[in-house]
Design a binder for this molecule. Structure first.
Ligand code: MN
Length: 274
């Protein structure tokens, strides 16, 4: 049993006691269905999550579908994600809190993303991951349906050197409609992702993870760009020179300091739209 799972079990016990006490005292079974909230979040983080959705829509990474989440800063067993809405329209009021089984804390009758299990199951298996993007970016599709692997072609996408595996949903679930509709499929995708920064989903899109909202937004912009550039280089014919793993490592160490300059510009442009 992992540290995270032990922690979750303890929390489940702690929360179960007051719920039972309330039910007995009131004699009512009109119980609260959602898990407990981990409490309020810094408005700046919510604003960044809204900006992430709008930036990725503005940059053509998210279409009418796709989503961005962030782990709750005060509880590793909660995450924040919009209600089911097109990313470019999302505002602060759309952001909801979920447990890692992807149950909403307080749905308030709002509709939820069908594929929210992508987020919950990856947060369970990757304690290092603080933010996740699910995208259908067209440039990524050829690398999920062919035998050609994504490789790092330029400095902005050095993280690709860590490997981008392909998730084949048929191996775990046979014939489906391709969507990650439940915890089991989310777990299968998390297994395919392993310790990598991203995984392609064959015939569907990709999931991209990172240690912060800013980093995952950067990776989500530069992964499809890397795919386009790699295809263009291959089309020229002849051998292609990729980043050396040592170069990629040095760049990734530097990226840890953040994407401040680009983030400010992306955010201002995306948030200026009505
Ligand atoms: Mn999808």
């Amino acid at each position: 049993m992992s540290k995270l799972h032990r922690y979750r079990s303890r929390r489940a016990i702690l929360f179960a006691v007051p719920v039972v006490a309330v039910l007995c005292a009131s004699g009512s079974v009109a119980a609260q269905s959602g898990p407990a909230s981990a409490g309020p979040v810094d408005p700046q983080l919510i604003e960044d999550l809204v900006a992430a959705n709008r930036i990725l829509a503005d940059q053509g990474v998210l279409d009418g579908w796709g989503h961005v989440s962030v782990r709750h800063p005060r509880d590793p067993n909660r995450y924040l994600l919009s209600r089911s809405r097109a990313p470019e329209l999302i505002s602060v009021d759309d952001i909801m809190e979920f447990d890692l089984d992807s149950n909403p804390v307080d749905a308030k009758g709002r509709s939820l993303y069908t594929e929210r299990f992508i987020h919950g199951e990856i947060y369970k298996t990757r304690p290092d991951v603080m933010a996740i993007v699910h995208t259908h970016a067209p440039a990524l599709i050829p690398f999920g349906i062919s035998k050609v692997s994504l490789k790092p072609v330029y400095h902005r996408s050095a993280f690709v050197a860590a490997g981008v595996p392909v998730f084949e949903i048929r191996e775990r679930a046979g014939m489906t409609d391709m969507l990650i509709r439940d915890q089991a499929l989310g777990r299968a995708l998390a297994d395919a992702l392993g310790n990598h920064p991203a995984a392609l989903m064959r015939g569907h899109g990709a999931v991209i993870v990172g240690p912060s909202i800013q980093r995952v937004v950067g990776r989500s912009i530069f992964l499809p760009l890397n795919a386009t550039l790699q295809m263009q280089a291959a089309a020229l014919g002849g051998p292609v020179t990729y980043l050396d793993p040592e170069e990629a490592k040095k760049i990734e160490e530097r990226e840890g300091y953040g994407l401040g300059r680009a983030w400010e510009a992306w955010k201002r442009k995306a948030m200026a739209k009505p």
